[in-house]
Design a protein around this ligand. Sequence first.
Ligand code: SF4
Length: 430
Amino acid sequence: MTHHTPTPPVRGCGNTPILKQRGQREVFCGLTGIIWLHRKMQDAFFLVVGSRTCAHLLQSAAGVMIFAEPRFGTAILEETDLAGMADAQDELDDVVARLLARRPDIRQLFLVGSCPSEVIKLDLSRAAERMTQAHAPHVRVLNYSGSGIETTFTEGEDACLASMVPVLPETDARELLVVGALPDVVEDQMLGLLAAMGVTPVRVLPARRSEDIPSVGPNTVFALTQPFLGETTQVLERRGARHIPAPFPFGEEGTTAWLAAIAAEFGVDAETFARATDAPRARARKAIATVAEGLRGKTIFFFPDSQLEIPLARFLTRECGMEALEVGAPYIHKQIVGPDLDLMAEGPVLSEGQDVDLQLDRARASRPDLTVCGLGLANPLEAEGLATKWAIELVFTPVHFYEQAADLAGLFSRPLRRHGILKDLNGGVA
Ligand code: SF4
């Protein structure tokens, strides 16, 4: 049975040697994930156990979003806590008791560890267990780390989802579980496509509300919508679930290949598959073609940041006509991004981890038309005349599946266009 899956290149990147470097890195911290997770999980609350710096980071990352009842906050560790002069566990119990008394709508509470809480070795798993007992059955308290030490900003979501897996109810049902936080409207499109293929019921992690929390067991098969969910994948496998390897649903091809992998798993026939996907595929292809005009023939260089780099490079090279010079990712889990690597033609340098100075030298030497990087690198590179794209926007914007494919291409064509206009205004010098 075939599902019109994309044709791989003669030689893909699956066996390309990976340049591994360790050194100074330029990354955002895992607390950032709270910004999109709190929007997704409507009866959850994220309590960062951290310092004023952490509170400040969250507030500025959340920007202008103002909620009457916010779903995240910070329990500030004061200097007395940090110096070991107060019992931070007792203080945390008080903060949580007050919060839950004020907010009966909270059904799931995440205690989120930070650099300061880790420095003083505050045991948040012990706190979460104690609080779950104290507030059961109304509230489930879990904990994970969003600390910036040795993490990338998308690892916060991975750690959060992984913390939920061990307490998911057990099931023997053969069910599809889709894993990764998507904006509700995108999730609904995905569920619509799967339903049109006859794949039901479908469970999602994270669920919008705690009553929809999925069960998991030996007959669960799961597909990832985000490539940064390595730890979540491992803990799901530990619960007996099986991963369906697939390219990620970015662009028309990626979406089709992702759906095709699920269709193959559930024995969907080619005709049903075509009926469900032909129209949105054609729409996506047409929409991408218009936006991709400005990308064709342009070169791109990815610094490691969001962990979306490999699937995005696959999309941009295959569907938008770009040439990838280097694709850097914080970690390369072949189990997860292998299908994307196989589809990407040999050519770009693949790098894992980062020694930022050496990588900056490579970027300067190759003068890419567009550089995808974190905020810390974007300004200096722009000052040197290179067009940049902030990786973090890729996670804040709806980019998955057919209807968002052109918007995804647009995220890359816009900075190029802006750079071109600036260059013209400056008489050819950007
Ligand atoms: Fe900074 Fe660490 Fe707090 Fe993140 S967790 S804001 S890196 S102190």
